[in-house]
Design a protein around this ligand. Structure first.
Ligand code: IPE
Ligand code: IPE
Ligand code: MG
Length: 242
């Protein structure tokens, strides 16, 4: 039995978070949406640093979706600039705190400067193992699966893979998340009860928590409370508990 399929009690090993509600948080204060995104970015380190005490080894956060390009040019440019500044400013602290950072999503639409910063941060933190932080940037689950299948198809065409050997594990190996375990718990803030194209394949058996708190108000204590709630759930993976 693999890790992901073993019924367990206790805490989640991999938590994924849809960080939603920055815009509403700003609007409630009469401020522009980007003000909310900046407040949201400030929460990330606090949440990452809470992970070891909560027994969480993997944290995956949704920062920008393949659908978020539909927002105004001002907001998109502001977010891209925030990502660049965030990486530049936080890189050393993340390294010193034992955080290994990875990015998932399609890089083709991102600007070269941002891609370079992402590569450098992955490299800088590659030796760390305390917390594995994965940042989903220009990520969409359907896009990820389509890209995975394209790579798989090329491998078949080149003779490196026999179509008869294609199964769940093969496909999983082509996903952006191939080095990560499946999420045990997916949290979405801001009261929306939808997935918005996040980790669809990987979350087949995840527990979901939809909470009303807006992302900039998501403190370490709120996080701990949601994680404690997870411990009370009975994960059966299709079997009978007992
Ligand atoms: C989530 O907050 C952050 C991103 C999608 C980048 P939103 O910007 O979606 O905030 P709301 O949902 O409009 O409040
Ligand atoms: C999901 O939030 C994407 C991120 C948190 C990055 P959205 O705010 O974009 O999702 P919808 O539009 O409400 O579904
Ligand atoms: Mg939103």
């Amino acid at each position: 039995m693999t890790d992901a399929a073993s019924p367990t009690t206790g805490g989640p090993r991999h938590v994924a978070v849809i960080m939603d509600g920055n815009g509403r948080w700003a609007r409630a204060r009469g401020r522009p949406r980007l003000f909310g995104h900046h407040a949201g970015a400030k929460r990330v380190r606090e949440v990452v640093n809470a992970c070891p005490d909560l027994g969480i080894k993997y944290l995956t956060i949704f920062a920008f979706s393949t659908e978020n390009w539909k927002r105004t040019q001002t907001e998109v440019a502001g977010l891209m600039s925030l990502f660049r500044r965030y990486i530049t400013k936080e890189a050393r602290a993340l390294r010193d705190e034992g955080v290994r950072v990875r990015f998932i999503g399609d890089r083709v639409r991102l600007d070269d400067k941002l891609i370079k910063l992402m590569d450098e941060l992955e490299e800088l933190t590659a030796g760390n193992d305390l917390v594995h932080l994965t940042i989903a940037l220009n990520y969409g689950s359907r896009d990820e699966v389509a890209r995975a299948i394209q790579r798989l198809a090329y491998e078949v065409a080149e003779g490196g893979l026999d179509p008869a050997d294609v199964n769940e594990d093969t496909l999983t190996r082509f996903l952006d998340t191939h080095v990560l375990p499946d999420p045990d718990l997916v949290i979405r803030t801001s009261g929306e009860a939808r997935i918005s194209n996040f980790l669809l394949w990987q979350s087949a058996y995840a527990e979901y928590e939809f909470i009303d708190t807006l992302w900039p108000d998501f403190t370490r204590d709120v996080f701990a409370e949601v994680v404690a709630g997870y411990g009370k759930r009975d994960r059966r993976f299709g079997a009978v508990s007992g």
